[in-house]
Each structure stands twice: as C-alpha cells, then as structure tokens.
Design a protein around this ligand. Structure first.
Ligand SMILES: *[C@@H]1O[C@H](CO)[C@@H](O)[C@H](O)[C@H]1NC(C)=O
Length: 167
C-alpha cells in the first residue's frame, strides 16, 4: 500500500472512532472561566454543581448537526427553566421536556472562550454561577447553577460547561 493511501486510511479510521463533544454518553465538566480554565468538578444528574466525583451525573447528548444538541440524564430532560428569584434562568435536568442547546467550538477562533475546548451555550449565554460558595466543597450539597448575569446574585467564579465522553 502506498504511504499516502495508508495515511488516508488511518486518518479516516481515527475520525470514525473519535466521539464528538456533546454526543453519546458523557459528563458535564465545570471549568472555571478566568483566569484559567481549571476543572472545578462536574454536574450531577439533577444538573447541579458538585466537586465530589462520585456524584457526577451521566448525560446523554443527541447531536442534531455540528452544533445543536439536546441533553438528558437518568432523571429526565435538561433545560433552562426561569429562575424567578434571580431574573434569569436555571440549568436543570429531570424535566419532562428540555431545550435545545448548542456549542461554541473550541477549534474556531472567536467562538469558545476556552481555546481548544467546545463549551455548552444556550443562545449566546455560556457562563454560569451559583448563589452559594463556588466551587462547592466536596462535602457540600450539590449547588444549583444559573445563567451568569454579573449581578449580586452571582457568587464566586463563573464557570463554563464542557464535555467528557464516557465509553
Ligand atoms: C433528543 O432528540 C432525539 C431526536 O429527536 C429524541 O429522540 C430524544 O428524545 C430527545 N431527547 C430529549 C431529552 O429531548
């Protein structure tokens, strides 16, 4: 086999086995936004933030095209219900009906604020925060997250949501 053909076969095989972000089974990892995208835990099956790895949820993502997908966990669908208390939206799983999410692509300049990492967005929002200690301690109850608005209800460090594929 010519080297060029062999390389082509290898590249094609790799592309075929590489899971796309926000597709199949995975975890939602919480990454700190600024000053560096350090991994600060994950979301539970309810869509709450925890730093106890044993509580990380299993998400199923269905990717409709390059960027749009929906999400569910064993508790139900994930979506963005209104958070009356804060004049913004919660991120929540365990509902009868969810919403369509999208991704900012990490390999496209000007999209994801974390170069090289695809992150979840809802319309144009990609930053989330809690109204409690952020990040929570591993022994804390998992914390609800809401869309970051830069208000006094947003505590601690804003986070982005990235994908970790599970086989
Ligand atoms: C996601 O979309 C697929 C394809 O339309 C559908 O079968 C599935 O039920 C949807 N999941 C959620 C959580 O809405």
């Amino acid at each position: 086999m010519a080297l060029k053909t062999l390389l082509l076969v290898l590249v094609t095989a790799l592309a075929g086995t590489m899971a796309a972000d926000f597709s199949g089974n995975g975890q939602l990892r919480t990454l700190g936004l600024l000053p560096d995208p350090v991994d600060l835990g994950c979301l539970t099956n309810e869509g709450k933030w925890t730093t106890d790895e044993a509580k990380c949820g299993t998400f199923v993502a269905f990717l409709f095209d390059e960027v749009n997908f929906n999400l569910s966990t064993p508790t139900g669908a994930c979506g963005m219900p209104w958070w009356g208390d804060g004049n913004t939206y919660l991120f929540k799983c365990g509902m009868a009906e969810g919403q369509i999410f999208a991704k900012y692509l990490g390999d496209k300049p000007g999209q994801s604020p974390i170069p090289g990492r695809d992150i979840l967005r809802y319309v144009t929002a990609y930053a989330w925060s809690t109204s409690g200690p952020s990040p929570p301690a591993p022994s804390d109850e998992p914390l609800e997250i809401h869309m970051w608005r830069g208000s006094s209800k947003d505590k601690g460090r804003p986070i982005a949501l990235a994908w970790k594929s599970l086989a």
